[in-house]
Design a protein around this ligand. Sequence first.
Ligand code: PLP
Length: 383
Amino acid sequence: MRSNVTREDLDRVIDYLRQNDPRLTQGDNVREFEKEWSDWLGVRFSVFVNSGSSANFLTMAAFREIFGIGEVIVPTLTWPSDITSVMFNDCQPRFVDINRRNLCMDVSSVLELIGENTKAVFMTHCQGFNGLNRLLLETLSEKRIVLLEDVCEAHGATFDNQKLGTFGKISNFSFYYAHHMTTIEGGMISTNDESIYEILRMYRSHGMVREACSREVRSRYQTDYPQLNPEFIFAYPGYNVRSNEISAIIGRSQLSRLDADNEKRRENIRIFLDHLDDSKYQVDFDLDGNSNYAFPLILNEPDFSLRDRLEAVLRVNDIEFRRGSAGGGNQLRQPYLKSIVEEEMFSEFPNVEHIHFFGYYIANIPDMTVDEIFELCSILEKL
Ligand SMILES: Cc1ncc(COP(=O)(O)O)c(C=O)c1O
C-alpha cells in the first residue's frame, strides 16, 4: 500500500500549526469533520473516534444500551473487532459463511440463521463490495432485527444508488492508513438516531454527561444526581476513544477528494478484472455499487502448489499482497475465538475457507497507471 496523505493534506496541518497556541485536542475541526462527513454520507449524525475498531466497540456498546443483549449474526471474513465488540458487550456472535461474489455474508445463510434470539445482523461490506439486498433488508425490518453496517472497507460503495452506511441503525468507517481515505488513525460512527448519537458521544469520552449535545439530557442527569459535580457525571461505563484536531484536518482535506479517488479506484478494478487470467483467478465479482481500495486475487482452484508459486512470483516482483483477504482470513481459525469455536466447525464454512488459503488482495491505489495494472496482470498470467 502507498500512503494516501498528500502534500496538500500536510500543508493544511502546517498552516494550522503556525497559529499561536493552536488547539490540538478534539475541537472545532473534529466538529466540522463530523458535519462534513454526515453531509457526504447522507446521515444526520456522526462521531469521530480514534479508529475503526473503536467505532465497532462504541457501536455495540450503544446497541446494548438501547436494544439489550442477544445473538448477533456476524461474518467469518471480517476484522476481529467486529466480533470482539459483540463479545465484549455480552452478546453472542453467530457466524455465517460468505458469498464468493462479494466476499460479504451470504444472505441466505443469514436468513437461515435468524432465530428467536437474533437481535442484530452486523454486516461487513468486505473489500469495497456491497453485502445488502432487498430480501435481507425487508426480512430484517419485518422481524425487527437491527442492521449494523461495518463500512470500514467500502467508503462510497452503494446499494440501489444509496451509500452503504445509511441503511443500518449505526454504521462504522475506518480511516487507517491503507483505506480509501486516512486520518493517520481514525474512525467514524454514523447514525440517524439522535438518542444513539448522544450515547455514542458520551461513550467516546468516558461516559461523561457533559458530552451530550442535548440540554435536556444534561439537565435530567443533573436533577437526578444533585450530589454530583455537574461537570463530572459519568452516565455510562465509557471509553476514551477521542481523536484530535490534526487528524480531523487531514480527514477534512482527504474527504474533499474521496469521490474522485473512488472513481479512479473503480476504473482500476474494472481494468484489472478485465485483464486478469480467468483460467486461474476468479473474475466474476459483483461490481454493482462497488468501491474497492484493493484488488481481490482469488485462485479458482484450491491448489497449494500454484499458491506457493503465486506468492513467490509476487515477492520476486516486489508486489505487496495479503493472504486471507480482510482481517487474516477465516476468523474462526484465529486463537482469540478458541474458547467458543470448535475445530470441526471450519468445514461448515467452505467459501471463507477457500479465501483463507487461496484468497489475496493487492493494493488498488488511485494514482496507479493503466500500464502498471497491465504489468500486474501480465505477471499474474505468466505464472
Ligand atoms: C472491516 C473492518 N472493520 C474494522 C476495522 C478496524 O479499523 P481500524 O484499523 O481503524 O481499527 C478494519 C480494519 O482495517 C476493517 O477492515
